[in-house]
Design a binder for this molecule. Structure first.
Ligand code: FES
Length: 103
């Protein structure tokens, strides 16, 4: 069984946007999509850029460096120049906080 870590208050995640935070030494991006929260690695799988500096449009995050896009709900790479999906993490909301399972 994996352990869950409370990372931030739910109310601190801006609606329709992305934020970055470091959890247990890992650089994580959190996304708010129509009331749900999703989490992925923050670092792009293509280069040295952070998703938290990118642009979230619905469930698609656009990398700020070469405009590659990922689906934040699945981690799937959606277009060039991306060739590798981004790792996503299970999220749950409990007691007004966002919990992640880093595995
Ligand atoms: Fe993200 Fe190139 S660094 S698309």
């Amino acid at each position: 069984t994996e352990s869950w870590i409370a990372v931030i208050d739910r109310s601190e995640v801006p609606e329709g946007d992305v934020i970055g935070l470091v959890v247990a030494g890992r650089d994580i991006a959190l996304y708010e999509v129509e009331g749900d929260i999703f989490a992925t690695d923050n670092l792009c799988t293509h280069g040295k850029a952070r998703m938290s500096d990118g642009f979230l449009d619905g469930r698609e995050i656009e990398c700020p460096l070469h405009q590659g896009k990922f689906d934040v709900c699945t981690g799937k790479a959606l277009c060039a120049p991306l060739t590798e999906d981004i790792r996503r993490y299970p999220v749950r909301i409990d007691d007004g906080r966002v919990w992640l399972q880093l595995g």
